[in-house]
Design a binder for this molecule. Structure first.
Ligand SMILES: Cc1cc2nc3c(=O)[nH]c(=O)nc-3n(C[C@H](O)[C@H](O)[C@H](O)COP(=O)(O)OP(=O)(O)OC[C@H]3O[C@@H](n4cnc5c(N)ncnc54)[C@H](O)[C@@H]3O)c2cc1C
Length: 416
């Protein structure tokens, strides 16, 4: 048996490590000529760190990550609404980690090269399409720079982990069109500064109406400076957005007005924005769930299968779950086609529900509810606006759908 993975992102590399652990031969074909540490912060929730522990990579990730021990919700006046313990501090058996997305990818790449052999991670191969017959599946590659054909590679199955603009998804759904814009644009940045709150806090502040600001540390003692690298995301409702390019630089003047007076006693938001090392602009986009991922010997994984709005830190985490469930299905089923169908039956409905939930009510739905109830004014006592039970109910509904409600996750059997 040999599995060919298209795409060496977080999902593709996790799948490679998982299949290798299960003694299933695998090769990864990545489009970019050289994988570089791109992006800014990413959050790994306990359902994903559990799988990284099972893969024996959690310690390496934890060395370069910051552990989140609490999630804090504030309004735009900097008033505290809820502080909720997270990860180990909340009683999960696995931590919640914040890490630079590029470092996460590079660590997975380094470990994959060590374990599989560097020759099994092939860069500079852009997949153009895949076909199959009774005996196997074949992927066809071009040079991403020159466009020249690099020929065909045969395997038993081809897994498309090639991101939100997946070539293989388009092959099966040619009229799907571009991703769907949510009406919210994001500016994402990193800033070196002092720790804020506990030093291990993730903060969500504001509401849909005022603009939202998400903040969490991703590197302690960055470059030995004693400072912390803080990841932040400014989200603003607007009809305008530019193209979907993860590396497009953002301009402060396009979004600073919404946060200009957010001077809190625990953090000065305008300062944080003005002192950024780098700012990128990216629209909040997703795709409507499709009805089928698996066609015979090919299937989709990660953002190729279920691109979702980046609310609730589930983009990478769900790709990790896909990788583990797919491994189990390949181990448990005699036929490849059957394995990929069982994988789809488990993962497609589960992730489609998260895609839909992220559109209507992410994990911070109560922030907007509170803004509505207070008319955007400061409150004297949050309990007069919303009860703790009501907040918990709204927050727990998201965790159950996304698969990281504490008791369920702690008690669930291992995926593989
Ligand atoms: C450059 C970049 C920066 C990002 N930055 C952030 C960030 O800062 N924060 C965040 O939350 N999320 C970010 N993401 C998205 C995040 O990585 C994903 O949502 C999540 O990790 C799911 O991973 P994935 O492996 O399914 O997709 P991705 O991480 O998007 O990986 C897809 C991989 O497939 C490769 N690929 C694409 N087309 C082909 C093809 N035809 N043939 C071969 N290879 C192909 C891509 O080069 C990429 O390496 C970024 C993605 C990219 C590609």
């Amino acid at each position: 048996m040999e599995v060919l993975i298209v795409g060496g992102g977080i999902g593709g590399l996790t799948l490679a490590l998982s299949l290798h652990q299960a003694n299933i031969p695998v090769r990864v074909y990545e489009s970019v000529p050289e994988i570089k540490p791109l992006g800014v912060g990413i959050n790994l929730l306990p359902h994903a760190t559990r799988e990284f522990e099972a893969l024996g990579v959690l310690d390496r990730l934890a060395e370069e990550a910051v552990e989140n021990t609490e999630m804090c919700f504030y309004n735009q006046h900097g008033q505290e609404i809820l502080v909720e313990p997270r990860g180990l501090a909340a009683g999960y058996k696995w931590p919640q980690l914040s890490i630079h997305r590029g470092r996460l990818q590079m660590i997975l790449l380094e470990i994959a090269k060590e374990r599989l052999g560097a020759e099994r991670i092939i860069t500079g191969h852009h997949c153009r399409y895949a076909d199959q017959n009774r005996d196997g599946a074949t992927a066809y590659f071009d040079d991403p720079v020159t466009g020249d054909s690099l020929g065909a590679v045969a395997a038993d199955v081809v897994i498309a982990a090639d991101g939100i603009k997946s070539t293989l998804r388009r092959q099966n759904f040619p009229s799907e069109g571009p991703p769907r814009y949510s009406g919210i644009n994001m500016w994402r940045g990193v800033t070196r500064t002092e720790k804020f709150l506990s030093g291990h806090s993730m903060v969500l502040a504001g509401s849909l109406r005022t603009g939202k600001f998400v903040i969490y540390p991703i590197v302690d003692n960055v470059d030995g400076s004693g400072q912390t690298l803080i990841n932040w995301i400014a989200e603003i409702e607007t009809d305008d957005y530019l193209t979907e390019d993860w590396n497009r630089e953002g301009r402060i003047e396009d979004f600073i007005d919404s946060f200009a007076d957010w001077h809190f006693d625990w953090l000065d938001v305008p300062d944080l924005i003005h002192n950024a090392d780098a700012i990128y602009e990216f629209p909040m986009i997703d795709r409507e769930p499709i009805k089928q991922w698996t066609y015979g010997r090919t299937t989709l994984l990660g953002d190729a299968a279920h691109p979702m709005l980046p609310r609730g830190s589930n983009g990478a985490c769900q790709a990790v779950l896909d990788a583990r469930v797919l491994t189990k299905c390949l181990l448990d089923n005699d036929s490849f086609q059957e394995a990929l169908k069982v994988y789809e039956a488990e993962r497609l409905p589960a992730t489609a529900e998260i895609v839909r939930m992220n559109r209507s009510s992410g994990p911070d739905i109560f922030l907007t509810e509170i803004d509505n109830r207070t008319g955007g004014e400061e409150f004297d006592n949050i309990n007069d606006v919303i009860s703790p039970e009501e907040i918990k109910e709204l927050a727990d509904a998201y965790k159950i759908t996304a698969g990281f409600q504490k008791d369920r996750l702690n008690k669930r059997l291992p995926l593989v």
